[in-house]
Design a protein around this ligand. Structure first.
Ligand SMILES: [Zn+2]
Ligand SMILES: [Zn+2]
Length: 358
Protein backbone atom coordinates (compact mmCIF):
# COMPACT_ATOMS: atom_id res chain seq x y z
CA UNK A 1 0.00 0.00 0.00
CA UNK A 2 2.76 2.42 0.80
CA UNK A 3 5.89 0.98 -0.70
CA UNK A 4 8.73 3.34 -1.42
CA UNK A 5 9.17 3.99 -5.11
CA UNK A 6 11.52 6.97 -5.30
CA UNK A 7 12.55 6.31 -8.87
CA UNK A 8 9.06 6.57 -10.27
CA UNK A 9 8.29 9.62 -8.15
CA UNK A 10 11.45 11.39 -9.25
CA UNK A 11 10.70 10.61 -12.88
CA UNK A 12 7.13 11.82 -12.52
CA UNK A 13 8.15 15.03 -10.79
CA UNK A 14 10.72 15.71 -13.48
CA UNK A 15 8.31 15.09 -16.33
CA UNK A 16 5.63 17.21 -14.67
CA UNK A 17 8.02 20.13 -14.30
CA UNK A 18 9.17 19.79 -17.88
CA UNK A 19 5.61 19.59 -19.17
CA UNK A 20 4.67 22.67 -17.18
CA UNK A 21 7.62 24.63 -18.49
CA UNK A 22 6.88 23.66 -22.08
CA UNK A 23 3.21 24.48 -21.72
CA UNK A 24 3.91 27.87 -20.23
CA UNK A 25 6.36 28.70 -22.95
CA UNK A 26 4.09 27.47 -25.73
CA UNK A 27 0.78 28.96 -24.68
CA UNK A 28 1.38 31.44 -21.90
CA UNK A 29 -1.37 29.75 -19.90
CA UNK A 30 -1.26 28.38 -16.41
CA UNK A 31 1.36 25.76 -15.81
CA UNK A 32 -0.04 25.15 -12.35
CA UNK A 33 -3.53 24.48 -13.67
CA UNK A 34 -2.21 22.12 -16.30
CA UNK A 35 -0.09 20.24 -13.79
CA UNK A 36 -2.99 20.07 -11.37
CA UNK A 37 -4.26 16.85 -12.93
CA UNK A 38 -1.00 14.99 -12.46
CA UNK A 39 -0.29 12.77 -9.47
CA UNK A 40 2.73 11.10 -7.96
CA UNK A 41 2.04 7.85 -6.19
CA UNK A 42 3.42 6.30 -3.06
CA UNK A 43 4.98 7.70 0.11
CA UNK A 44 7.44 5.94 2.38
CA UNK A 45 5.99 4.23 5.46
CA UNK A 46 8.55 5.90 7.67
CA UNK A 47 8.94 9.61 8.35
CA UNK A 48 6.45 12.44 7.87
CA UNK A 49 5.06 13.35 4.46
CA UNK A 50 2.50 15.91 3.34
CA UNK A 51 0.48 15.13 0.21
CA UNK A 52 -1.54 17.92 -1.38
CA UNK A 53 -4.25 15.59 -2.67
CA UNK A 54 -6.48 18.33 -4.03
CA UNK A 55 -5.61 21.99 -4.34
CA UNK A 56 -8.67 23.82 -5.67
CA UNK A 57 -10.88 26.21 -3.75
CA UNK A 58 -14.60 26.50 -3.86
CA UNK A 59 -17.60 24.47 -4.96
CA UNK A 60 -16.77 25.15 -8.60
CA UNK A 61 -14.77 23.27 -11.23
CA UNK A 62 -12.53 25.82 -12.90
CA UNK A 63 -9.39 23.80 -13.67
CA UNK A 64 -8.15 20.20 -13.67
CA UNK A 65 -7.37 20.59 -9.97
CA UNK A 66 -9.28 18.41 -7.51
CA UNK A 67 -11.11 19.82 -4.48
CA UNK A 68 -9.24 20.75 -1.36
CA UNK A 69 -7.80 17.89 0.68
CA UNK A 70 -4.38 17.39 2.25
CA UNK A 71 -2.93 14.20 3.69
CA UNK A 72 -0.27 13.89 6.35
CA UNK A 73 1.35 10.47 6.60
CA UNK A 74 3.41 9.79 9.72
CA UNK A 75 5.23 6.44 9.90
CA UNK A 76 2.58 4.95 7.64
CA UNK A 77 -0.36 6.37 9.60
CA UNK A 78 -2.81 8.49 7.68
CA UNK A 79 -4.34 11.82 8.66
CA UNK A 80 -6.55 13.68 6.19
CA UNK A 81 -7.34 17.38 6.43
CA UNK A 82 -10.57 18.25 4.59
CA UNK A 83 -12.37 16.00 2.13
CA UNK A 84 -13.09 18.00 -1.00
CA UNK A 85 -14.29 16.68 -4.34
CA UNK A 86 -11.96 13.97 -5.63
CA UNK A 87 -10.33 13.04 -2.32
CA UNK A 88 -11.17 9.33 -2.57
CA UNK A 89 -9.61 8.90 -6.00
CA UNK A 90 -6.62 11.05 -5.07
CA UNK A 91 -5.93 8.95 -1.96
CA UNK A 92 -6.17 5.79 -4.04
CA UNK A 93 -3.86 7.12 -6.75
CA UNK A 94 -1.34 8.25 -4.16
CA UNK A 95 -1.59 4.75 -2.64
CA UNK A 96 -2.06 6.14 0.84
CA UNK A 97 -2.66 3.68 3.71
CA UNK A 98 -6.40 3.97 4.36
CA UNK A 99 -6.12 0.81 6.46
CA UNK A 100 -4.17 2.99 8.88
CA UNK A 101 -6.47 6.02 8.86
CA UNK A 102 -6.17 7.66 12.27
CA UNK A 103 -8.08 10.93 11.90
CA UNK A 104 -9.94 13.18 9.52
CA UNK A 105 -9.63 16.86 10.42
CA UNK A 106 -12.22 19.28 9.05
CA UNK A 107 -11.35 22.96 8.99
CA UNK A 108 -14.94 24.15 8.52
CA UNK A 109 -18.20 22.99 7.04
CA UNK A 110 -18.23 24.76 3.68
CA UNK A 111 -19.14 22.17 1.07
CA UNK A 112 -15.84 22.34 -0.80
CA UNK A 113 -14.20 20.93 2.36
CA UNK A 114 -16.67 18.14 3.12
CA UNK A 115 -18.30 17.31 -0.21
CA UNK A 116 -16.67 13.90 -0.37
CA UNK A 117 -16.78 13.01 3.32
CA UNK A 118 -19.55 10.47 2.67
CA UNK A 119 -17.48 8.67 0.01
CA UNK A 120 -14.38 8.96 2.19
CA UNK A 121 -16.21 6.93 4.85
CA UNK A 122 -17.96 4.48 2.52
CA UNK A 123 -15.25 3.76 -0.06
CA UNK A 124 -12.48 3.11 2.49
CA UNK A 125 -14.57 0.98 4.86
CA UNK A 126 -13.32 -2.39 5.93
CA UNK A 127 -10.80 -5.05 4.88
CA UNK A 128 -12.82 -5.76 1.73
CA UNK A 129 -11.35 -2.59 0.20
CA UNK A 130 -8.11 -2.64 2.21
CA UNK A 131 -9.63 0.20 4.20
CA UNK A 132 -9.94 1.05 7.87
CA UNK A 133 -10.88 -1.60 10.40
CA UNK A 134 -10.03 0.32 13.58
CA UNK A 135 -11.83 3.34 15.07
CA UNK A 136 -10.71 6.78 13.96
CA UNK A 137 -11.83 10.30 14.78
CA UNK A 138 -13.47 12.92 12.61
CA UNK A 139 -12.41 16.15 14.28
CA UNK A 140 -14.14 19.36 13.30
CA UNK A 141 -16.22 22.36 14.25
CA UNK A 142 -19.10 22.20 16.67
CA UNK A 143 -22.35 23.72 15.48
CA UNK A 144 -22.21 27.48 15.04
CA UNK A 145 -25.24 27.97 17.29
CA UNK A 146 -26.77 30.56 15.00
CA UNK A 147 -26.57 31.86 11.47
CA UNK A 148 -25.10 35.30 10.96
CA UNK A 149 -27.52 38.12 11.75
CA UNK A 150 -30.19 38.52 9.06
CA UNK A 151 -29.56 35.15 7.39
CA UNK A 152 -32.66 33.10 6.59
CA UNK A 153 -32.56 29.41 7.59
CA UNK A 154 -33.64 27.73 4.35
CA UNK A 155 -32.73 24.26 5.65
CA UNK A 156 -33.18 23.18 9.25
CA UNK A 157 -31.69 22.54 11.68
CA UNK A 158 -29.65 25.44 10.30
CA UNK A 159 -26.23 24.99 11.91
CA UNK A 160 -25.23 21.34 12.32
CA UNK A 161 -21.78 20.60 13.72
CA UNK A 162 -19.39 17.79 12.85
CA UNK A 163 -21.24 15.22 14.96
CA UNK A 164 -24.54 15.84 13.17
CA UNK A 165 -22.84 15.91 9.79
CA UNK A 166 -21.28 12.49 10.41
CA UNK A 167 -24.42 11.03 11.94
CA UNK A 168 -26.54 12.37 9.10
CA UNK A 169 -24.21 10.74 6.57
CA UNK A 170 -24.57 7.40 8.35
CA UNK A 171 -28.35 7.87 8.51
CA UNK A 172 -28.53 8.68 4.80
CA UNK A 173 -26.58 5.55 3.89
CA UNK A 174 -28.21 3.32 6.52
CA UNK A 175 -29.53 0.88 3.94
CA UNK A 176 -26.12 0.38 2.35
CA UNK A 177 -24.38 0.17 5.73
CA UNK A 178 -26.84 -2.34 7.14
CA UNK A 179 -26.76 -4.47 4.02
CA UNK A 180 -22.98 -4.60 3.76
CA UNK A 181 -22.40 -5.43 7.42
CA UNK A 182 -24.47 -8.63 7.07
CA UNK A 183 -23.95 -9.36 3.39
CA UNK A 184 -20.19 -8.77 3.21
CA UNK A 185 -19.12 -9.02 6.84
CA UNK A 186 -17.90 -5.45 7.02
CA UNK A 187 -17.18 -4.10 10.53
CA UNK A 188 -19.93 -1.90 12.02
CA UNK A 189 -19.24 1.50 10.48
CA UNK A 190 -20.91 3.43 13.28
CA UNK A 191 -18.43 1.94 15.77
CA UNK A 192 -15.41 2.95 13.70
CA UNK A 193 -16.27 6.56 12.84
CA UNK A 194 -15.99 8.75 15.92
CA UNK A 195 -16.85 12.43 15.53
CA UNK A 196 -15.20 14.86 17.91
CA UNK A 197 -16.27 18.49 17.96
CA UNK A 198 -13.76 21.17 18.88
CA UNK A 199 -14.71 22.95 22.09
CA UNK A 200 -13.42 26.50 22.42
CA UNK A 201 -12.06 27.70 25.78
CA UNK A 202 -14.84 29.03 28.00
CA UNK A 203 -13.26 32.44 28.45
CA UNK A 204 -12.90 33.13 24.75
CA UNK A 205 -15.35 35.69 23.43
CA UNK A 206 -16.18 34.46 19.94
CA UNK A 207 -19.34 33.66 18.03
CA UNK A 208 -21.21 33.75 14.73
CA UNK A 209 -22.60 37.20 15.44
CA UNK A 210 -19.66 38.69 17.31
CA UNK A 211 -15.98 38.06 16.85
CA UNK A 212 -15.31 35.24 14.41
CA UNK A 213 -11.62 34.83 15.19
CA UNK A 214 -10.23 36.64 18.22
CA UNK A 215 -6.54 36.07 18.79
CA UNK A 216 -6.05 32.89 20.81
CA UNK A 217 -3.51 30.32 21.80
CA UNK A 218 -3.98 27.11 19.82
CA UNK A 219 -5.78 24.33 21.69
CA UNK A 220 -5.10 20.61 21.50
CA UNK A 221 -7.86 18.81 19.61
CA UNK A 222 -6.32 15.41 18.92
CA UNK A 223 -3.33 13.32 19.93
CA UNK A 224 -2.04 9.79 19.60
CA UNK A 225 1.31 8.06 19.94
CA UNK A 226 2.76 9.93 16.95
CA UNK A 227 1.06 13.26 16.50
CA UNK A 228 -0.41 16.14 18.40
CA UNK A 229 -2.91 18.38 16.64
CA UNK A 230 -3.65 21.94 17.72
CA UNK A 231 -6.36 24.22 16.34
CA UNK A 232 -7.14 27.92 16.41
CA UNK A 233 -9.96 29.99 14.99
CA UNK A 234 -9.20 31.69 11.70
CA UNK A 235 -11.06 34.51 9.97
CA UNK A 236 -13.31 33.32 7.15
CA UNK A 237 -16.40 35.54 7.15
CA UNK A 238 -19.22 34.82 7.42
CA UNK A 239 -18.32 31.28 8.55
CA UNK A 240 -17.99 30.46 12.25
CA UNK A 241 -16.19 28.49 13.42
CA UNK A 242 -13.41 28.10 10.86
CA UNK A 243 -10.16 26.50 11.99
CA UNK A 244 -6.53 26.24 11.06
CA UNK A 245 -4.42 23.35 12.32
CA UNK A 246 -0.92 22.68 13.57
CA UNK A 247 0.20 19.05 13.36
CA UNK A 248 3.27 18.19 15.42
CA UNK A 249 5.02 14.95 14.49
CA UNK A 250 8.33 13.31 15.52
CA UNK A 251 9.86 14.72 12.33
CA UNK A 252 8.62 18.29 12.49
CA UNK A 253 5.60 20.55 12.25
CA UNK A 254 3.00 21.07 9.53
CA UNK A 255 0.56 23.97 9.71
CA UNK A 256 -2.57 24.37 7.58
CA UNK A 257 -4.28 27.72 7.36
CA UNK A 258 -7.76 26.48 6.52
CA UNK A 259 -9.87 29.14 4.79
CA UNK A 260 -8.93 32.54 6.16
CA UNK A 261 -7.87 36.07 5.59
CA UNK A 262 -4.33 37.00 6.57
CA UNK A 263 -4.56 36.42 10.30
CA UNK A 264 -2.35 36.41 13.43
CA UNK A 265 -3.76 33.06 14.58
CA UNK A 266 -2.26 31.46 11.48
CA UNK A 267 1.09 33.01 12.40
CA UNK A 268 0.77 31.43 15.85
CA UNK A 269 -0.24 28.05 14.42
CA UNK A 270 2.64 28.12 11.95
CA UNK A 271 5.36 29.33 14.31
CA UNK A 272 8.65 27.71 13.14
CA UNK A 273 6.72 25.10 11.13
CA UNK A 274 8.60 23.08 8.55
CA UNK A 275 5.70 23.35 6.11
CA UNK A 276 2.82 25.82 6.03
CA UNK A 277 0.02 24.92 3.63
CA UNK A 278 -1.77 28.23 3.11
CA UNK A 279 -4.85 29.02 1.08
CA UNK A 280 -4.74 31.81 -1.49
CA UNK A 281 -6.91 33.74 -3.92
CA UNK A 282 -5.84 35.34 -7.18
CA UNK A 283 -8.26 38.24 -7.50
CA UNK A 284 -7.26 39.34 -11.01
CA UNK A 285 -8.64 36.07 -12.36
CA UNK A 286 -12.09 36.96 -11.08
CA UNK A 287 -11.81 40.58 -12.21
CA UNK A 288 -11.05 39.36 -15.73
CA UNK A 289 -14.07 37.03 -15.58
CA UNK A 290 -16.17 40.15 -14.99
CA UNK A 291 -17.34 39.15 -11.53
CA UNK A 292 -19.21 41.81 -9.58
CA UNK A 293 -17.50 44.14 -7.13
CA UNK A 294 -19.51 42.49 -4.34
CA UNK A 295 -18.15 39.08 -5.27
CA UNK A 296 -14.58 40.40 -5.41
CA UNK A 297 -15.11 42.03 -2.01
CA UNK A 298 -16.37 38.73 -0.63
CA UNK A 299 -13.26 36.94 -1.87
CA UNK A 300 -10.83 39.52 -0.55
CA UNK A 301 -12.72 39.71 2.75
CA UNK A 302 -12.56 35.99 3.49
CA UNK A 303 -9.41 34.72 1.76
CA UNK A 304 -5.73 35.67 1.50
CA UNK A 305 -3.97 37.08 -1.53
CA UNK A 306 -0.46 35.79 -2.33
CA UNK A 307 1.29 38.75 -0.69
CA UNK A 308 -0.64 38.04 2.51
CA UNK A 309 0.53 34.43 2.57
CA UNK A 310 4.09 35.70 2.23
CA UNK A 311 3.69 38.04 5.20
CA UNK A 312 2.26 35.23 7.34
CA UNK A 313 5.05 32.82 6.37
CA UNK A 314 7.71 35.44 7.12
CA UNK A 315 6.23 36.37 10.51
CA UNK A 316 5.92 32.70 11.50
CA UNK A 317 9.41 31.82 10.31
CA UNK A 318 8.27 28.76 8.36
CA UNK A 319 10.68 26.69 6.33
CA UNK A 320 8.49 26.07 3.29
CA UNK A 321 5.32 27.84 2.20
CA UNK A 322 3.01 25.71 0.08
CA UNK A 323 0.11 27.47 -1.63
CA UNK A 324 -3.03 25.36 -1.95
CA UNK A 325 -6.82 25.85 -1.93
CA UNK A 326 -6.15 28.02 -4.96
CA UNK A 327 -9.07 30.29 -5.81
CA UNK A 328 -8.66 31.43 -9.37
CA UNK A 329 -6.30 30.26 -12.09
CA UNK A 330 -2.87 31.82 -12.57
CA UNK A 331 0.64 30.84 -13.54
CA UNK A 332 3.12 29.77 -10.87
CA UNK A 333 4.95 33.04 -11.44
CA UNK A 334 1.77 35.06 -10.91
CA UNK A 335 1.10 33.23 -7.65
CA UNK A 336 4.63 33.43 -6.28
CA UNK A 337 5.98 36.83 -7.39
CA UNK A 338 3.97 38.75 -4.73
CA UNK A 339 4.96 36.13 -2.12
CA UNK A 340 8.66 36.52 -2.78
CA UNK A 341 8.50 40.25 -2.03
CA UNK A 342 7.42 39.39 1.53
CA UNK A 343 9.04 36.04 2.26
CA UNK A 344 12.57 34.85 1.53
CA UNK A 345 11.98 31.14 2.19
CA UNK A 346 11.00 28.34 -0.10
CA UNK A 347 7.59 28.68 -1.78
CA UNK A 348 5.74 26.17 -3.91
CA UNK A 349 2.43 26.35 -5.75
CA UNK A 350 1.10 22.91 -4.93
CA UNK A 351 0.01 20.43 -7.55
CA UNK A 352 -2.51 17.69 -6.90
CA UNK A 353 -0.78 14.63 -5.55
CA UNK A 354 2.48 16.40 -4.77
CA UNK A 355 4.52 14.97 -1.88
CA UNK A 356 6.44 17.15 0.57
CA UNK A 357 8.65 15.10 2.90
CA UNK A 358 9.88 16.54 6.19
ZN1 LIG B 1 -12.80 26.53 0.81
ZN1 LIG C 1 -14.60 28.11 3.11
Amino acid sequence: MSELRPDRRTVLAGSMAAAGTLLTAATGTSASAAEGAATSAGVPDTGTHVVTLGTAAGPAVRSPRQGIATAVVVDGNLYVVDTGLGVVRQIAEAELPTNRLRAILLTHLHSDHIAELPAMLLYNWGPQVDGFTEPFEVVGPAGAGALPKGYRPAVSPPTPGTREVVNNILDSYAYDVNIRISDEGRPPLDDLVRPREIQLPGGLSAGPRSRLAPEMEPIEVYSDDRVRVLAALVNHPPVFPSYGYRIETPDGVIALSGDTTEHPNVVTLARDADVLVHESVYLDYYRKLGKSADFIDHLSGSHTDPAGTGRVAAKAGVGHLVLSHLAGVATDEQWTAPVRKKYGGRVTVANDGQVFSL
